[in-house]
Design a protein around this ligand. Structure first.
Ligand code: UDP
Ligand code: MG
Length: 337
């Protein structure tokens, strides 16, 4: 009798412990960060789609999960719409930036705000050209232990020929210049809290997130999707902005342009040496043109020296540039102390 009493007491103790464990095992809170610049035309539609994603993930994520709009100084009614949507549904939140800071800065503002409450963040464009339904797969991959999940475009048939070709040329150029980026990935990605915290330690102002995130070094995965048409409105990335982003990407991550100047200088000097030999041969054969050799030689020689000088100064400036970024040297992945 005493034994059975003891047994049932033990069993109920185990059950109550399990219940406590289940209650305390928190589901991750997800924030979907959406930068918006003059996106009044698409916001309502985007909200419906993203809320449907949150609902489909009900069993996997915390009920506190939210959509976080970042109004990047829009001139249209974007912020009014966000305020109205927030008043009607607590799952919709928003921050408004004081001016137009650009896509990359808007993403950073969103991520900085999101990790105040979220364990997982997904960044996605407001026009939903990137298939929002794969957020489910991203969350599942995060639950399997991936800190970063990249959304990768499997097809870009909906992009114009010009956008497709320039984007692909850009990815190739970046990899030639030694910058690690994920091919066909823009800024559609999931990041865990610790990945975002690590990213926030990269304090540089010329942001190129596609280059920075692979530097974090955490475990990553990819999901593929077909890129869709913009739902409404027009692209907020005209050619000039795209070129700026590409130039930022190259100059913030690679010193190869400075190296090129140095090599060009060396090439010019070699050409000057070549011409000297030729001129000497001509003089020996008695075919020298008066005044020409000294002029041409000094042009090639001086340009070579100037370029080498520029290249060397550039190397030092480049080193200073990399130092003032104060990028963290490493990110700790695991710790057992
Ligand atoms: N965007 C932004 N600030 C800007 C430019 C764009 O926040 O200065 C946002 C824009 O609202 C959209 C995303 O960045 O959510 C990507 O822009 P878009 O879809 O126009 O670029 P595309 O797909 O044409 O490259
Ligand atoms: Mg777009």
């Amino acid at each position: 009798m005493a034994e059975s009493f003891g047994g049932s007491f033990f069993l109920s103790y185990i059950c109550s412990q399990e219940q406590i464990n289940m209650e305390t095992e928190k589901k991750p809170c997800l924030a979907i960060v959406v930068p918006c610049y003059n996106e009044a035309l698409v916001l309502e539609q985007t909200t419906q789609h993203l809320l449907a994603v949150l609902e489909s993930l009900q069993t996997d994520i915390s009920p506190d999960s939210r959509i976080l709009y970042v109004d990047d100084g829009s001139a249209d009614t974007t912020w009014d719409i966000i305020e109205r949507l927030h008043a009607g549904d607590s799952r919709i939140a928003g921050i408004s930036l004081a001016g137009n800071s650009g896509h990359q800065n808007a993403l950073m503002a969103g991520l900085t705000t999101a990790i105040r409450f979220a364990d997982l963040t997904v960044t996605i464009d407001a026009d939903l050209q990137d298939d929002e339904t794969v957020i489910r797969d991203m969350v599942h991959l995060a639950q399997e232990g991936n800190d970063i999940v990249y959304g990768v475009r499997s097809s870009r048939t909906t992009d114009t020929w010009f956008k497709r070709t320039t984007a692909q040329a850009f990815y190739r150029l970046m990899s030639r210049m030694g910058v690690k980026t994920v091919y066909n990935h823009a800024d559609y990605r999931l990041m865990s809290r610790r990945a975002v915290e690590a990213l926030l330690c990269y304090e540089e102002r010329n942001l190129f997130l596609r280059g920075l995130v692979p530097l974090l070094g955490y475990r990553t995965a990819q999901v593929e999707y077909a890129r869709k048409e913009r739902q409404a409105g027009e692209s907020k990335y005209p050619l000039a902005k795209m070129m700026n982003l590409a130039f930022d990407g190259i100059t913030s991550f690679s010193m190869s342009l400075v190296h090129m100047v140095l090599w060009l200088g060396i090439l010019f000097l070699l050409i000057a040496i070549g011409i000297t030999i030729w001129v000497v041969l001509c003089i020996i054969q008695g075919k020298a043109i008066l005044g020409w050799s000294s002029l041409i030689l000094s042009i090639w020689f001086c340009s070579g020296c100037v370029l080498i000088g520029l290249g060397i100064v550039g190397e030092y400036i480049g080193k200073i540039y990399m130092e003032v970024k104060r990028r963290p040297r490493y990110n700790i992945k695991d710790e057992r102390l």
